[in-house]
Design a binder for this molecule. Sequence first.
Ligand code: GLN
Length: 536
Amino acid sequence: MADTKYIFVTGGVVSSLGKGIIAASLGKLLQARGYSVTIQKFDPYINVDPGTLNPYEHGECYVTVDGHEADLDLGHYERFLNVPTTRANNVTTGRIYQSVIEKERKGDYLGKTVQVVPHITDEIKRNVKLLGSKNKFDFVITEIGGTVGDIESLPFIESMRQLKWELGKNCICVHLTYVPYIAAAKEYKTKPTQHSVKQLQELGIQPDILVLRTERRLSRDLLRKVALFCNVAEEAVVQSIDVPTIYEVPLVLQEQKMDETVLKKMGLEVGPTPEMKAWKEFLHRKAQATETVKIGIVGKYVELQDAYKSIDESLLQAAIYNDRTLELRMIHSEKLTEANVIEQLGDLDGIVIAPGFGQRGIEGKFTAIKYARENNKPCLGICLGMQCMVIEFARNVLGLEGANSTEMETNTPYKVIDLMEEQKNVTNMGGSMRLGAYDCVLKKGSKAYKAYKKENIQERHRHRFEFNSQYRDQFEAGGMLCTGENPETNLVEVVEMPALNWFVGVQFHPEYSSTVVSPNPLFVSFVKAAIDNKTN
Ligand code: GLN
């Protein structure tokens, strides 16, 4: 394709409408037509990246292969498109300002007054185009975080206005709004949508396509009315009805020919409708699965819907590829004790020990691990979860009383988990962990090797602490083997107990690389073990 096409996705009326899912679904439909597609997210907050935000603020922190701590929407983009994202796919106001201020300090602006327009907007536009020009994607879809009308998103909206003007047909705006149902009047209301489009128009942008989020099907008349009031063609008003799984959204949009409308608006040939075979096969298997597999996640953020997003989705995908429905239970690690562990975990088929930071809730993780180990329940420890497996084993099997991670207790008598050498002089908290994809060599015959079916793998990391290799021999003699290590640094990346059916801890985050058409092998293997555990 000659020119890269740019699609902006904005949101109006309320937040949390699922702009990320709409962007990912549209991306999927265009990709299915043979185009190369990438999706980026602009977040209007001042943090340089979301790595310093806790999950209460911002849900899960996603990590890209090149080690960027990113918004969780990038996880959706990867799960839908099955294409890795990078640092260029997530940009915040903080990063835009940081780069403009750095240029100003270097004297790059040659004595000019540095202003929001044009300097900040130019930097935003540069970041939009970067993916198109350098990486030669056919489509760059840019999701703008927040809701139109927010003070902080104004420079992004202004940049979009300028780009629409500069790029003409090669740039369109998809605006997502909400159509509420007023129960007392038994009516759907389009006024909030009209207002939100007006707000965009006031900022100089005429949306090209409207997507209306709704709980139930909207009538043709209502869609026509929205089209009329908002200056949008009738076929360009699409409804996005609540569906049982987000993975059905691409089909909902395809049914309404949203991708065709995009292609026509951008002057591209429409061609035959893609079959989406692998995608439909996945949904078909999901629909066919009747038996369930019960998995619990033990963590301290379980009351937050998005805190373990990628783990939830990886488990769902793994369950479907094992032809099971996932029954997921979130277990609050702060409330888990020896007294209630059987009641809380007893009926589960498998247990995940979640990643995390700090002391809070750690004792509950040890309790869950001890229970899984003593009762031979399939158990997957991720990052801090793996480190907790190591600590529990040290204390309760090797008899190293008081063993701990130096993250929790600097003066612990047995530092079985310790700060990585290169972390010792780190003072800045932002972007300074061991981040991104690293090589790992798996020991032949191990559970991890059997899952991945190869020796050399790459998974993503986000941590400061590591298994202390001084204890390696002692652990291996005691029955916990180190079955995966980094070939350059020898850092231990995987531990497991061969005596048990499936008890594996990984220092990396396998959940970041699991997608709809390519589920992560470790999750698939773990869920399989959970199912076997149930039938045995
Ligand atoms: N807090 C641990 C570390 O920094 C684990 C991090 C995590 O679980 N992502 O090493």
